[in-house]
Write a protein that binds this ligand. Structure first.
Ligand code: IPE
Ligand code: IPE
Ligand code: MG
Length: 247
């Protein structure tokens, strides 16, 4: 790392409102060290805690972490079970901290796919933290962007059938109300670790104008400094949203 990296000063007036992260590379991180993939997931939880805390300290109001995708159900059962255990353990252990810091926990995705005990823990954490106002921590769990869009379409189609929605009224604003992210702003910045240059079915509708930041660093090695680098890169960009800025 060059000495320059330590000097990055963020502009507090230009922080993103919502950062989304694809926490990738746990398995490869472990493999490189000759360890089973689950060690990567364990270390990955520690990284997540550090990045959540940094987000909170910086005053960024929303952080969404992609923790388990619809496609991840295709992984070996033993790996899936370990991820669930880590998640349950995390939710149980962090509740007190969330309350202390006034962090509101929300889950997006098909939560009903999970075992009952985990579903209960997710709902309980959402419920207990629902009045917290300082930051929103959103975990994408059994989440898939295409499934989310199709789900919203079905809900709207059903409402049309019942006469509750006039097809003429269907626009972007109405559609958003039926996405899992109805209460969240679109992500301003997406970070993906591990060098993969794809979005892997994450927040497809919501990321139409998100700024992307990719880093080769695997998630267990990602840290506050790397996070600041990503935020700094974001702050150097001119977001045009299709417009032009003439001088
Ligand atoms: C990301 O790391 C965590 C999850 C998808 C749950 P991976 O497990 O995908 O690690 P790699 O990409 O195989 O290295
Ligand atoms: C995306 O990572 C999902 C999560 C980080 C939870 P994957 O490792 O599952 O994505 P692909 O398979 O490399 O696209
Ligand atoms: Mg991966």
């Amino acid at each position: 790392m060059s000495s320059q990296d330590f000097d990055l000063i963020l502009d507090p007036s230009k922080l993103p409102e919502h950062v989304a992260i694809i926490m990738d590379g746990n398995g490869r991180w472990a493999k490189k060290k000759g360890l089973p993939r689950i060690y990567g997931h364990k270390k990955g939880v520690e990284t997540a805690k550090k990045i959540i805390l940094k987000t909170y300290e910086l005053g960024i109001p929303v952080l969404t972490l992609f923790a388990f995708s619809k496609e991840n159900w295709e992984r070996p059962k033993s790996e899936i079970e370990t991820i669930f255990e880590l998640l349950k353990f995390y939710l149980e252990n962090e509740l007190e901290n969330m309350q202390k810091k006034e962090i509101k926990f929300v889950a997006i995705g098909d939560i009903e796919d999970f075992p009952k005990d985990l579903q209960k823990r997710i709902k309980y954490t959402e419920d207990v933290t629902k009045e917290n106002k300082k930051m929103k921590l959103c975990l994408a769990l059994s989440y898939g962007g295409r499934t989310e869009i199709i789900r919203a379409t079905k809900i709207i189609a059903d409402k049309v059938k019942k006469g509750e929605v006039d097809p003429e009224e269907i626009n972007e604003k109405l559609f958003r109300k039926f996405l899992y992210t109805a209460d969240l702003p679109d992500p301003d910045l997406l970070i993906r670790t591990s060098g993969e240059l794809r979005i892997s079915n994450f927040l497809l509708f919501q990321m139409a104008y998100t700024e992307f930041y990719f880093t080769p660093i695997c998630w267990p090695d990602f840290d506050e400094k790397e996070y600041i680098k990503a935020l700094y890169s974001y702050q150097q960009r001119e977001r045009r949203f299709g417009r032009i800025y003439e001088f």
